[in-house]
Design a binder for this molecule. Structure first.
Ligand code: UD1
Length: 417
């Protein structure tokens, strides 16, 4: 177990660089299984989840090298089509290899990923879309076995714009016969990055970033180079770090449009922001004003930023209402924030946050990745010291978070216990 010991009360000042996006890297690495050649992926963040996806590829027989933030993958000789239960348990996003295995080998077997700390997270939309493409799917004894004689382009309407289902279906469709249209597709920037990756390897995908994605099947994909987009959730977390500690922080390697759902809210809350082409400066000397938040698929406010903005709003002047509409169980951080002096009441999918003038240090536990990030933010703003247990959750999505924050004035010590 890893533990963060944080001395609060230090305003963050200086510059902090955002790494490549975890949620773009995971499907892109999975998509490299489709390629008949070597591909080179740059700006790959050194994260635990990415390590697991690399292990999935190696397990299937791909050759993978990863130096600093550059990953080279050659999947020409893959021999396996089954992902072990162990790898599925380590990370549910291992299910992103389903679409690319089907595209490449026309067969795949994965264990059912099951629920997690934030919700039940079914795969019904992935499987329904794959069946429409001509895949025969059997769900038995906790395993999903999928096979297709051929994949045939078709029209698929997603009941809701699931990010993972959109990605899996894009990957299954690039080597299908004919044209596939995904309607009500997810519009997240990570979907656009996957489209750009696939197209630079020879695929014909268009429309990512809108409701409708069209994929003209091609015979094969070839190797090439691609750079992962900056992580908008990491960027957003740092912007809130600057605001919550009342510092003056410049966050670089940012695509400002990707963090606009957050920056628009922070402006309403009275937080000082300067926004340029590829950086955002955040500066403030007072607690924010209360604002209401409703999480929605992109370009709405991201569910992956809900715990972090809640940490900030615990210190607001007034009462904020947060409504979580994407996941059904994403308030585990509330109890921990309360231990730090926050005044939050949860009623169903709504959290009512009454601002308090200050937070105090406490011993808390990170229940998942973004909940952990929210606790780090609260602890950096809090008076005196805090201890955050299960900090390894944070490593799933932030590259050595404590080093980045310590370099701009925080005091965080990691202890292995
Ligand atoms: C991705 C992100 C995750 C983020 C989420 C929503 C990755 C690796 N993870 O997760 O960080 O929080 O998008 O922005 O990119 N659903 C169904 N049936 C399905 C699929 C999804 O009902 O077949 C529901 C889910 O339970 C959830 C909602 O749709 O309530 C959104 O899930 P989805 O967009 O699929 O999220 P993920 O791709 O799992």
């Amino acid at each position: 177990m890893h533990r963060f010991m944080i001395s609060g009360g230090n305003p963050l000042k200086g510059t902090i660089r955002v790494s490549g996006s975890k949620n773009a890297a995971l499907p892109i690495i999975a998509a490299s299984l489709l390629i008949d050649g070597e591909c080179c992926i740059k700006e790959v963040p050194r994260l635990r989840d990415v390590e697991v996806m690399k292990d999935v590829l190696t397990y299937l027989g791909a050759t993978v090298s990863w130096e600093k933030n550059v990953m080279r993958i050659d999947a020409r000789n893959i021999h396996g089509y089954e992902i072990s239960e162990d790898l599925m348990r380590k990370m549910r996003a291992s299910n992103l290899a389903l679409g690319s295995l089907l595209g490449r080998l026309r067969q795949a077997r994965i264990s059912y990923p099951g629920g997690c700390n934030i919700g039940s997270r079914p795969m019904n939309l992935h499987l329904k879309g794959l069946r429409t493409l001509g895949v025969e799917i059997k769900e038995k004894f906790g395993y999903i076995t999928a096979e297709a004689k051929e994949l045939k382009g078709t029209d698929i309407h997603l009941d809701l714009p699931s990010v993972g289902a959109t990605e899996n279906l894009m990957m299954a469709a690039v080597l299908a016969q004919g044209t596939t249209t995904l309607r009500n597709a997810a519009k997240e920037p990570e979907i656009v990055d996957l489209q750009n990756f696939l197209n630079c390897m020879g695929a014909k995908v268009r429309g990512a970033g809108t409701d409708n994605i069209k994929i003209d099947g091609v015979k094969k994909l070839h190797g090439n180079e691609h750079s992962i987009i900056p992580d908008r959730i990491e960027a957003g977390t740092h912007i809130i770090a600057g605001a919550i500690t009342q510092g003056d922080l410049t966050v670089t390697n940012v695509i400002p449009e990707h963090v606009e759902p957050l920056t628009a809210k922070l402006k309403d809350a009275g937080v000082g922001l300067e926004i340029a082409d590829d950086w955002v400066r955040v500066f403030t000397h007072e607690n924010p004003k209360a604002v209401d938040i409703k999480t929605l698929p992109y370009p709405g406010f991201p569910t992956d930023m809900q715990p972090q903005i809640m940490a900030l709003l615990t210190l607001s002047e007034g009462t904020s209402v947060i409504t979580e509409t994407v996941f059904e169980n994403r308030y585990k951080h509330v109890m921990e924030l309360r231990r730090m002096g926050a005044d939050i009441r949860v009623e169903g999918q709504t959290a009512i946050v009454r601002g308090v003038p200050r937070l105090s240090g406490a011993c808390v536990e990170a229940s998942d990745l973004r909940a952990g990030a929210a606790l780090v933010l609260a602890a950096m703003a809090g008076e005196n010291g805090s201890v955050i247990d299960m900090a390894e959750h944070i490593d799933r999505g932030y590259e050595r978070m404590e080093n980045k924050y310590n370099a701009v004035g925080a005091r965080i010590i990691r202890v292995h216990s």
